[in-house]
Write a new protein. Structure first.
Lengths: 806, 68
């Protein structure tokens, strides 16, 4: 192991620590060092179990430090828990877990091994990419809590999630769609080289015998492409017809299927040219677009699962003076609920005992913790940061804030696709028009006295020429390229049709915290009254997880490279005020102005921003001023968006002063402050009522309702709560500048689609005219079809150049 | 070129192609591509002991099937 003079590396987790805090141990003349008892324990366990080859596999990769906390595992054996998460099959239990702390494939190996070694485990399979595990076991031999204990014993943690809810379903569709796509691509690739032979044969001469062979080979390839790859379209068309709607699916089916039937007729009758290759190509290309949509949905669900599993399912209540853990659904109004530091609140209530700071950012968007005392209202979705409190539930789970927002969201989700309906209607009219024109052509020619067979072929040629190229390729190719270019820029479109709506948007509603600002305070001023050992301060703030402490840790880490921790004694976390501890013979304090005054230290600092003062004994040594700062590029982005002619509105849960301050900095004149989630949604509805097309950008549960109401909703990346579920577009890089990129991209894609449609409609108009008149010889149709497809594809590829110029 | 040669060539090439496609679809269905990283790194972690554990798990599953 590497070790410099002052630091040594832990033999388990590979993290570096100061020599002072290390635990040394000599095992058969070899010296080992550990950063904590937890790591030491795991190291011994692995050696005793014969799993020490784990360390060869890990190499020099750094792991999590093993936390020695013994969490209460009884909740895993409760009825409510097993009802929710465990499925029972033939007396075997199955559960899906997310394993925390997995860094590399060696971690996966270790977890699987430790589970496989224990009796009663039938199967344990851990996915390396998303850290999800599926475990099957015999409940007669061991309990779930034993399994979790096993995982914890080697230094990892596991929590359950409900796989049936989202993942299983999306995974299944993704796999199914992937198979369909692969079959489609295989058929297209093969049919194309056969088609090339046929094109060549047409110009250089080909015997009918060879032509027949090629035709039959194409038939064999086109059949699975149309009926297997294209099956979702047949299903869509069927359900459409059942509801008396002629939709886009029907157009695709009508076009490809009639071409297919016509080509079979040509193959058998040996007259004319076949169009199997265009059937296969059109089905596959359109399907590729659909597959991309499914794929991005899967990504969204993956990140959603790990978040929703952090919403508590059990809760500690005090009944008849006894603390019991029950399922959150069993809580009744009037129950006394106990919350420990770091726990998320699941039930609304009123605080009875204790005081503490609460992180309300996910509900109100307020970036700084809120201090609460007896009789204050506790809202679900907030997190208690620093103390043990008892409160009285005044609502049950289904009426609590968090749950009621979720319910409202689910309702609005089912109502959403308004725009899609309109798009479908238009394409429905188009396909009706084409179909009726085909019928009229057939009847017309028949009445003019030609044979029914010839009339039918002419009418089929109308459908063939109209369908595949016009709406078939113009939109999907452009959106496909748009979606891919977007993905490279960190913009994930859940459905490609959102590109179009986004391009038409007239108003943008922005959330403040986490969207325009970074969402956590930053040190903007550091005043040092006298020289001192900065590491003392560093050790003190490192002991707290309060956002202000974290900001200071980040600031010191950034500015002063070699800071390290001392061990402090008597660390106390005084709720919503500050920290105190002892270092050697000195008493050290860090906190806000009130805290310092309470400690009887003279303090004359005055500041409107958040402040953190550090004092040793009774002297103020230094202080920090902190503020939630703008995201990089926020000002330019908003200016650019305004230039596009889009109204920008800010809508935030924060108070008026903070809101106005930020709005002034970025140049937004319309501001709604102190908004609750429902009010935000009302603002959006009102705008829509006035005929605006609204984009909402947000990042927390507090924005979720507004997001679900708006025409286009965008979720900022790393704070993906419910937002991911309701949003249409996700910015994975969390930058506000991406918003402008997304707008540019969508406008570009939209204009390309318009050009494509215009071109192909004009083309259709001319060719349909010729087809109706019976002038189109099949080969002319084939060649012009390829040419028009090429024109559309080439025009769409220009979208790729959009970000290269700037 | 004789017609039969053309049809034989088509038959063989498409036959081989669909064989590969079939194998791929089978692999997909049995979950062999679900976790590419683990699958590839798994080769690094193979040892006699791991094989024994895998055998043990397989025996356990087989026993269960027999019991039914």
């Amino acid at each position: 192991m590497q070790s410099s003079s002052k630091f040594s590396t832990c033999n388990h987790c590979n993290l570096e620590f100061s020599n002072e805090v290390m635990i040394y141990e000599t095992i058969s003349t070899k010296q080992f060092s550990f950063c904590c008892k937890g790591c030491q324990g795991v190291f011994h366990l692995l050696n005793n179990e014969g799993l020490d080859s784990f360390y060869d596999k890990v190499g020099s990769k750094k792991l999590h430090q093993v936390t020695n906390e013994k969490t209460d595992l009884t909740k895993f054996d409760l009825d409510g828990f097993s009802k929710k998460y465990i499925t029972n099959n033939d007396n075997l239990n199955e559960i899906s877990l997310i394993i925390e702390g997995i860094h590399c494939s060696a971690c996966v190996w270790l977890n699987e091994r430790i589970l496989h070694e224990s009796d009663g485990i039938i199967d344990a399979n851990i996915n390396y990419t998303n850290h999800k595990a599926k475990i099957t076991w015999d409940p007669a031999v061991l309990k779930l809590s034993d399994i979790i204990r096993k995982i914890q014993s080697v230094g990892y943690n596991a929590y359950a999630y409900d796989a049936t809810l989202q993942e299983e379903r999306t995974n299944k569709t993704r796999k199914e769609y992937y198979s369909r796509l692969i079959v489609g691509i295989f058929c297209t690739m093969n049919i194309m080289w056969i088609a090339v032979a046929q094109y060549a044969g047409f110009f250089t001469g080909i015997t009918q015998g060879i032509k027949d062979i090629l035709n039959y080979a194409e038939l064999v390839l086109a059949t699975p492409a149309l009926f297997y790859t294209g099956w979702p379209y047949f299903k869509g068309a069927f359900y459409g017809l059942k509801n008396k709607i002629v939709n886009m699916d029907f157009l695709i089916v009508a076009g490809t299927f009639s071409t297919y039937v016509y080509s079979i007729y040509v193959t058998i009758s040996q007259v004319g040219e076949v169009y199997f290759e265009s059937v296969t190509m059109v089905v596959t290309i359109i399907f590729a677009g659909k597959y991309l949509e499914v794929l991005s949905k899967k990504n969204a669900v993956d990140s959603l699962d790990s978040i929703s599993s952090s919403i508590p399912t059990e809760i500690t209540v005090i009944r008849d003076g006894k603390k019991i853990i029950i399922d959150t659904t069993e809580v009744v109004i009037g129950d006394l609920v106990e919350i420990k530091p770091g726990e998320k609140i699941a039930i609304d209530g009123i605080l009875l005992q204790g005081t503490g700071s609460f992180d309300e950012s996910s509900i109100s968007g307020e970036s700084l913790p809120v201090y609460k005392k007896a009789n204050d209202i506790i809202t679900s979705g907030t997190v208690c940061l620093d103390s043990v409190i008892t409160y009285k539930a005044n609502k049950d789970l289904s009426h609590s804030m968090l749950q009621s927002i979720t319910t409202l969201l689910e309702e609005s989700l089912t109502k959403k696709p308004k725009i899609e309906k309109i798009a479908n209607q238009i394409s429905g009219y188009f396909s009706l028009m084409v179909l009726s024109m085909a019928v009229l052509t057939c009847v017309g020619w028949y009445l003019l006295g030609i044979s029914f067979e010839d009339a039918f072929i002419i009418s089929i040629s109308v459908v063939v020429i109209a369908c595949p190229c016009a709406l078939g390729l113009a939109t999907p190719v452009a959106t496909l390229i748009g979606v891919t270019v977007g993905a490279k820029k960190g913009i994930l479109f859940k459905t490609s049709s959102h590109l179009e709506t986004m391009a038409k948007a007239t108003t943008i509603v922005l959330d403040k915290t986490g969207t325009i600002t970074k969402g956590s305070p930053d040190v903007i001023k550091f005043v040092r009254n006298e020289e001192f050992d900065l590491n003392i301060l560093y050790s003190l703030v490192k002991s707290s997880s309060h956002p202000i402490s974290k900001a200071i840790v980040g600031y010191i880490d950034n500015k002063y490279k070699n800071s390290h921790e001392y061990s402090l004694l008597n660390i106390k976390n005084i709720e919503a005020r500050g920290l105190s501890a002892q270092y050697k013979n000195d008493k050290i304090y860090g906190g806000n102005i009130e805290f310092i005054k309470e400690m009887n230290i003279k303090c004359e600092i005055n500041c409107s921003r958040s402040i953190f003062i550090f004092a040793i004994n009774d002297k103020i040594i230094c202080f920090f001023e902190l503020e939630d700062q703008l995201k990089q590029g926020a000002i330019e982005t908003i200016e650019n968006i305004k230039k596009l002619g889009i109204d920008v509105i800010m809508c935030t849960g924060d108070n008026e002063i903070v809101a106005n301050n930020i709005a002034k900095q970025v140049g937004i004149s319309k501001i709604y402050s102190s908004m609750l989630p429902k009010q935000k949604a009302n603002v959006v509805s009102e705008l829509q009522h006035n005929g605006e097309i609204v984009i909402t950008v947000g990042d927390g549960i507090n924005d979720a309702l507004a997001l679900s109401k708006s025409d286009i909703s965008i979720a900022m990346g790393n704070n993906t709560d419910l937002t991911v579920k309701v949003s249409d577009i996700i910015f994975i890089n969390n930058k506000i500048t991406t918003l402008y990129d997304a707008l540019l991209l969508s406008r570009k894609v939209f204009s390309t689609i318009k050009q494509n449609l215009l071109f192909s409609l004009f083309y259709n108009f001319v060719t349909i005219l010729f087809a109706v008149l019976g002038f189109v010889i099949p080969v002319v149709a084939a060649v012009s079809m390829s040419l028009s497809s090429l024109a559309v594809v080439g025009n769409s590829i220009r979208i790729k150049r959009i970000f290269k110029d700037g | 070129m004789d017609d039969n040669v053309v049809s034989a060539m088509l038959l063989v090439s498409l036959g081989l192609g669909s064989l590969g496609l079939g194998a791929f679809l089978w692999g997909l269905k049995t979950g062999q591509f679900d976790d590419a990283n683990k699958f590839l790194d798994g080769a690094l972690h193979d040892s006699e002991e791991d094989l024994n554990v895998a055998k043990k798990i397989k025996d356990r599953k087989d026993n269960l099937k027999k019991d039914k």
